[in-house]
Design a protein around this ligand. Structure first.
Ligand SMILES: [Zn+2]
Length: 270
């Protein structure tokens, strides 16, 4: 299980980053991948070497450097070429850790370029994985074209399914009753790895942000299971903080219905 990244207090420089990442209109798996990268849990060869991996450490794509996440996502010639081809004005040199660099981009880039950057970094990591498992890889131009084509399709689908956006804190977010809190939870499932990411955002009735959480879940087998875990985690999150007067929102109607049916069964049992 991953670790909560909770941002409730002021003074945490990453609070805005998590909030911005969570609210960015990109696919959930892109957000999760970037969250993992920023929190040092992307399984690069370098990070695996601290967990017993003893194989080669060099970059799969260029062989020129140790495969760290900073290298794969920023410094590898492949990454540099792809980011350049996408015309995203990022700093070409990492000033410190990837997390610091990522935070800086979240402040520095406009909305359009920030979304493009998230998509492209995810695509670079995916390309690396394809190289690892299938020993094939795209060139930088192909990565950029394929990524932005997919992103355009994703945005198109979002447009024609506005009811799904409502639950994702878009413009259609509806407030709870006065003085009540609303927690909106969501989950994303990565079938190839049997892992998922769950998260939630708590807002006050005026829509202002109160807290957020993100967590990785392992050994999961379906999107519905991940959504159910997201709901359970959301409820526990509220309970642990003594936040009782809150309503919960999920965009997975099947999961909610199943929970409601569970409640009915419990009542009948009593
Ligand atoms: Zn490289």
């Amino acid at each position: 299980m991953g670790e909560f990244l909770t941002s409730t207090s002021s003074g945490n420089p990453y609070e805005i980053l998590w909030k911005k990442l969570w609210n960015t209109k990109v696919p959930g798996k892109v957000k999760i991948c970037m969250w993992k990268a920023a929190n040092n849990i992307l399984p690069t060869r370098e990070s695996l070497s601290h967990k017993g991996y003893t194989g080669p450490l060099n970059c799969l794509l260029c062989s020129e450097a140790v495969e760290t996440k900073s290298h794969v996502l920023c410094n590898c010639p492949m990454a540099q070429e792809a980011i350049g081809a996408a015309n995203i004005p990022v700093a070409s040199v990492l000033p410190g850790s990837f997390k610091e660099w990522f935070l800086r981009q979240s402040h520095h880039l406009n909305k359009d370029n920030w979304e493009k950057l998230l998509m492209l970094l995810w695509a670079l990591w995916k390309n690396r994985n394809i190289k690892l498992w299938n020993d094939t890889s795209k060139n930088a131009q192909e990565i950029v074209v394929a990524t932005f084509t997919w992103y355009a399709q994703f945005l198109q689908v979002q447009k024609i399914q506005p009811q799904n956006n409502a639950a994702k804190l878009g413009k259609n977010w509806t407030p709870p009753s006065s003085h009540q809190l609303k927690i909106s939870v969501d989950g994303a499932f990565l079938p190839s790895n049997d892992i998922g990411g769950i998260g939630g955002v708590i807002r006050r009735s005026d829509g202002s942000f109160l807290a957020t959480f993100l967590k990785c879940v392992q050994h999961v087998s379906s999107p519905k299971q991940v959504e159910l875990l997201a709901i359970r985690e959301g409820i526990e999150f509220l309970q642990q903080r003594g936040l009782q007067d809150a309503c919960l929102e999920s965009d997975c109607q099947v999961a909610i219905q199943e929970i409601e049916e569970d409640f009915d069964l419990n009542e009948n049992a009593n």
